[in-house]
Design a protein around this ligand. Structure first.
Ligand code: NAD
Length: 368
């Protein structure tokens, strides 16, 4: 009975996960029709995550890496030979506005330090290309909104690199909650953290990062609370702990515990930290059942247990699935189960702003 139920859950996932294009739910059977357009992407920022996305795109069925934007000429030539990128699709940070005259690039994927996203996204939008921007989309909600507005004004789409929004086990947990199988869901716990290394890296420079663990990793618990509970928080409280004020200077949060309250009465209790390893866990509790995921947001495989059995949907490289789905969103108007548009990014930024305000004031901050 249990296994049949899980099988049915898996089968029904396809219809629910990607409503506009049901056949796209499971990466294994993601099919490309002859008429489907391939998304031709230029990556801006050839660092560690940019490299991961480039490698993943080799597995993508509907997205292809065709261009680069970088300030380091040696990286550009390396990538050109590795990925077969022609000279005409290579740009630097001074001249990338010229991408507007390049008909062979559909979208730019911005994978640079957080504080640079705003200006870079706006420049790409003005060049008339769709933009995919890494999380956090900006360093505060005001900047995030300016990016949304600029993309709208330019008639291009802005998507945020929320890869978990396409991850099969995550979508299954969401389906269980939506179907009522978990009963009334009243509690989410999110633990997001790791011990950060090199103290000279941009992540520990507030001018480039806009904050510490919260911007980088705590955002997963914020975003996760929203998609696991299926509601938007109406208040936050938050408390900060700093054990190493030299490494984690002013403007760089080391550890923040935060709580969020939701309209239904559900609450979330979360931890964001740069000072503890192995924290990557979600727990969702309902009156009839529960879901626990650990790891919950790492590169996978995501592991989940529920009150009715394990989550066993196959692992597929997150970024490959993400790029396939983003091609469908940009070209076909497909609607993902959990949004990845700029507005979705702004929602997380508003919560981060409120968490920082709550840490400062020691008071509950309203989000309504
Ligand atoms: P990284 O340091 O490895 O790479 C950043 C790149 O930006 C480098 O190539 C660097 O040369 C370039 N850059 C351009 N201008 C720069 C400047 N002024 N200062 C410093 N670097 C500059 O960082 P990363 O880990 O690739 O992170 C980049 C972005 O991707 C961040 O926003 C991060 O939050 C996001 N990210 C997302 C995920 C995910 O799972 N979605 C994972 C890791 C990183």
């Amino acid at each position: 009975m249990k296994s049949r139920r899980i099988f049915l859950q898996k089968a029904s996932l396809s219809a629910l996960a990607f409503t506009a294009l049901p056949a796209f739910s499971n990466a294994k059977n993601f099919t490309v029709r002859k008429e489907d357009k391939i998304l031709r992407v230029a990556i801006m920022g050839l660092g560690s995550y940019g490299t991961r996305v480039a490698e993943a795109m080799k597995e993508s069925k509907r997205a292809r890496l065709v261009g680069v934007i970088s300030g380091t000429p040696s990286k550009v030539t390396d990538w050109q030979s590795k990925y077969g990128i022609p000279d005409k699709n290579c740009y630097n940070y001074e001249n990338f506005d010229q991408i507007k005259d390049n008909p062979d690039i559909d979208a730019v994927y911005v994978i640079t330090p957080n504080a640079l996203h705003k200006d870079q996204v706006i420049r790409v939008a003005k060049a008339g290309k769709h933009v995919i921007c890494e999380k956090p989309m900006a360093i505060n909600a005001k900047d995030g909104q300016a990016m949304v507005d600029a993309c709208k004004a330019a008639g291009v789409q802005l998507l945020i690199g929320y890869r978990m929004h396409f991850e099969a086990n995550t979508l299954e947990a969401i389906r269980m909650r939506k179907s009522g199988e978990l009963g009334e869901v009243k509690f989410f716990q999110g633990l997001s953290g790791f011990v950060i290394g090199d103290p000279t890296q941009w992540r520990l420079n507030p001018k480039l990062s806009g904050g510490g663990a919260m911007m980088d990793i705590g955002i997963y618990s914020i975003n996760g609370a929203r998609y696991m509970l299926g509601e938007e928080p109406i208040w936050v409280t938050a408390q900060e702990t700093k054990t190493d004020p030299v490494k984690f200077k002013e403007g760089i949060d080391e550890t923040i515990q935060f709580q969020m309250g939701f309209p239904s009465g559900a609450v979330a209790s979360c931890l964001s930290t740069y000072a503890m390893n192995g924290l990557d866990k979600f727990f969702l509790n309902g009156s009839k059942g529960w879901v626990e995921m650990q790891p919950s947001t790492g590169y996978g495989p995501i592991k989940g247990t529920t009150s009715i059995g394990p989550l066993e949907l196959p692992h597929v490289t997150h970024q490959a699935v993400q790029m396939d789905r983003m091609a469908a969103i940009l070209f076909d108007g497909a609607k993902p189960e959990v949004p990845v548009n700029g507005e979705e990014g702004v929602k997380d930024m508003k919560i981060i702003d409120a968490i920082f305000a709550a840490v400062k004031s020691g008071k509950r901050v309203s989000l309504t």
